[in-house]
Design a protein around this ligand. Structure first.
Ligand code: CP
Length: 364
């Protein structure tokens, strides 16, 4: 299917970073650079008269505010909610009915939701482009694009870097999307640093193993810190621990401070999607290593570049034509397919592995 918009960006929704090719990622990064240089009068033409809905079923500071600011700087306006207790969801309206209403009120829908696969369900449900602003323990693709933009701005390249991901690799979605995106780049060495019970999900490890990049798994950051160009820290997200998982055991996994950083390369950059809790001591903020506040600011041009592409989209009717199995349930307990009165959708690969259409996880 062909769209009548940029040939370099043929996506109709931004749901999973795995939907992006390297060329599409690079296109967004270069558009983000260009957008920063536009005059105010040119910028405000891009979304003039357009409405973007920000549907936040889960708390956010950066993602919500940066999308709102990005839209307004492009001449558009925003509607939405960030407190579901003020919506008709509390009267029993379903997630999909809510989306069908918003479809009539907005040109693009940005959604954050606590359940994995919610953004894919939203994208399948409505004919307006959907942007995933974080779906449960699954993905945060726009965070990843701004992370890559930040790395590229700082190092003038992404290929060849040694990048450490440190924290709860099991639950924390920015790690998932970034690890997947880096598999499109060359000669990356990925150092996966986590407590052993909080390592990367199997579905993502399979993709990393198939890529040409090396990855090394350790539980002690000190062992690999001197190697790194980028140390990408993440929060231990209490809200995503199941009752039978020990948050208390994990919560103090690591604090990066000035003493620890003495063994790092002079040019090491420390990144974090934020909010931080105890993973990075405040004293690091004043060092040359700290890149996380610049990273957060880069949300504006990157999200503007995405909005600029998606506003041109004429969406095609989704998925019904795909060969999906509905007799098998997704085995991921936090997938939205368990919460809504919707049919499971599982697809089978040529090697007979089954993956959930919504959350993308391997069905085991
Ligand atoms: N990085 C990020 O997603 O932050 P918020 O949860 O504040 O949006």
């Amino acid at each position: 299917m062909k769209n009548n918009f940029s040939k370099k960006f043929s996506l109709e929704d931004v749901v999973s970073i795995s939907d992006f090719s390297r060329a599409q990622i690079e296109h967004i990064l270069s558009q983000a650079q260009k957008i920063q240089k536009l005059s105010v009068s040119k910028k405000t033409q891009i979304l003039k008269g357009k409405v973007v809905a920000l549907l936040f079923f889960e708390p956010s500071t950066r993602t919500k505010l940066s999308f709102a600011s990005a839209v307004q700087q492009l001449g558009g306006s925003v509607i939405g909610f960030d407190d579901i207790s003020t919506t008709s969801l509390v009267k029993g309206e379903s997630f999909t009915d809510t989306l069908k209403m918003v479809e009539g009120y907005a040109d693009i829908v940005v959604i954050r939701h606590p359940l994995d696969g919610s953004a894919r369900l939203a994208a399948d449900t409505i004919s307006k482009p959907v942007i995933n602003a974080g779906d449960g323990r699954n993905q945060h693709p726009t965070q990843t694009l701004l992370d890559l933009f930040t790395i590229q701005e700082s190092f003038k390249k992404i290929d060849g870097l040694k990048i450490g991901l440190c924290g709860d690799l099991k639950h924390y979605r920015p790690f998932h999307s970034l690890a997947l995106a880096l598999s499109c780049f060359k000669n990356i060495t990925l150092y996966l640093v986590s407590p052993s019970h909080l390592d990367l999900p199997k579905t993502i490890r399979e993709i990393l193993a198939k890529s040409n990049n090396a990855f090394v798994e350790v539980t002690d950051l000190k062992k690999v810190l001197p190697e790194l160009d980028v140390l990408y820290m993440g929060r231990i997200p209490k809200e995503y621990f199941a009752e039978d998982e020990s948050f208390e055991q994990a919560k103090n996994f690591i604090t990066v401070d000035k003493v620890l950083l003495e063994s790092a390369k002079k040019n090491l950059k420390v990144m974090h999607p934020l909010p931080r809790v105890t993973e990075i001591a405040q004293e690091v903020d004043e060092t040359e290593h700290a890149l996380y506040f610049q990273q957060a600011a880069n949300a504006i041009p990157v999200r503007q570049a995405l909005l600029q592409e998606l506003i041109k989209v004429k969406k095609h009717k989704p998925v019904n034509s795909l060969n999906l199995i509905s007799e098998i349930q997704c085995t991921n307990k936090t997938c939205i397919s368990h919460q809504e009165s919707i049919e499971p959708k599982i697809h089978e690969t040529v090697n007979q592995k089954l993956y959930c259409h919504y959350c993308g996880k391997l069905v085991e």
